[in-house]
Design a protein around this ligand. Structure first.
Ligand code: 8X3
Length: 215
């Protein structure tokens, strides 16, 4: 049995991964920003797995530190960290981009991933084992029109994953990065701030990957 911490576990790839991993009788630490969603998911998945849910925003440094540094007994030794939390906000040319959107993306996709990892990695080093799985994106390999800062954050995830792999090479910790292309989740809905029409168009004319495929 492994203890697996998943950030962004209340929707999309994070939720699909939680559901799959709960079936293999692992114990899960599910992290997300929405308490009600976390409660719903926890009560469903606790039928087959031990679940701890933690409600916090990965970009809130103090909350991340307070909660992850004080994990309850039985959940404090993490085997697998899935850094999944993150999103796209807005899709504008760089000259029109919203500073608030840029802050949101940099804060969660980059800084949030770092805050969580910085707490968990030393705990993994202590036991000389662990596996970190960062959810990157094809947007971390290529840049597309109006993708600018979202792509920049995913390029950062790519660089951080490589850096982790190098720095942790002698520690027994494995580092993986998964770089999906188009996945049909709430991703576009969030990117377009609830504009369903615009979001649906993204997936028209192609058979997009589903969250379950990535999980
Ligand atoms: C999402 C992939 O190609 O829509 O990370 O930016 S893409």
């Amino acid at each position: 049995m492994k203890t697996i911490l998943i950030t962004g576990a209340t929707s999309g790839i994070g939720l699909a991964a939680a559901k799959k991993l709960a079936k293999s009788k692992n114990q899960l630490i599910l992290c997300g920003r929405r308490q009600r969603k976390l409660d719903e998911i926890s009560s469903e998945l606790s039928k087959t797995s031990n679940i701890l849910s933690l409600c916090f925003d990965v970009s809130e440094k103090n909350e991340v530190t307070k909660l992850l540094d004080n994990l309850p007994e039985g959940f404090s030794s993490i085997d697998i960290l899935i850094n999944n939390a993150g999103n796209a906000h807005g899709m504008d040319t760089i000259q029109d981009g919203s500073l608030e959107d840029w802050d949101n993306m940099i804060d969660s996709n980059v800084k949030g991933l770092l805050y969580v990892s910085r707490i968990i990695i030393p705990k993994m080093i202590e036991k000389q084992s662990g596996h970190i799985i960062n959810i990157g994106s094809l947007a971390g390999r290529e840049v597309y029109e109006k993708g600018n800062i979202y792509c920049a954050t995913k390029h950062a995830v790519n660089a951080i994953s490589k850096a982790m792999r190098i720095d942790l090479n002698k520690t027994g910790i494995k580092v993986s990065e998964i770089n999906p292309g188009l996945v049909e989740t709430d991703f576009s809905n969030v990117r377009f701030k609830g504009d369903n029409n615009r979001a649906e168009k993204v997936y028209q004319g192609c058979k997009a990957l589903q969250a379950d495929d990535i999980a």
